[in-house]
Design a binder for this molecule. Sequence first.
Ligand SMILES: [Zn+2]
Length: 257
Amino acid sequence: MILICPKCKTELTQIDNSLRCENNHSFDISRDGYVNLLMSQKSGDKIGDSRASAHARHSFLSKGYYECLKKAIGERMSGTVLDIGCGEGYYDTYGGELYGFDISKEMVRLAKKSNKSGNYFVANLSHIPIKSESIDTAMHLFAPFNESEFFRVLKVGGTLYSVIPGENHLWEMKECLYDKPYKNDEKPPKTEKLTLVSKTKITDTVNIGEEDLKELFSMTPYFYRTSEENKKRLDGVGDTALTVDFVILEYKKGLTK
Ligand SMILES: [Zn+2]
């Protein structure tokens, strides 16, 4: 098993319905099949996405607006895979050995429910409870970047696919909300340890109804930065042809660093 104890970093072994390390730290496998490996016993749902927002996200993604990204990510997975900040596992179509974690317990529960063969656990990305050099392919979508942990868990020659919003992502929504909308800058996260080897644009236009558009808006960081006045601009907007635009950044862990 490539999972390690979050307290003492030694290997975990499954004994009945729990994972245990050689120092007898024990973590129960929940009835739903995932394990909570968060160091702090504060539930991930206090610090991660709340239960309600986990379900909102789940129901939104299941409508398929981000299908093009799901397909592109699925095609890139091979070997032992780690989904960093897996959410409710929407992008985990890979049929091989898959590990996924999120800080939200509810997200992890939903991920395990939809991908029974996946190994899901609750954890923080600053302390990933995975053995060093054990991952062939890692995926990381719209989550904070933690260079040293990502580098540590990857095998030499392993690949990290990091997804950031493209310059035109949700453009028509932003045009409706703001007088002077800005394009996203597509700036790759800074890293000295991993080498950026390619950049692929994934773009699509999806038809979205007003209700789903508002739901989507409420899940974006824009929501909290937009005045109540401007938020009202989506009222009566009707069906929209909306651009979804992503950049898949491919990073390699080389021999030399
Ligand atoms: Zn331990």
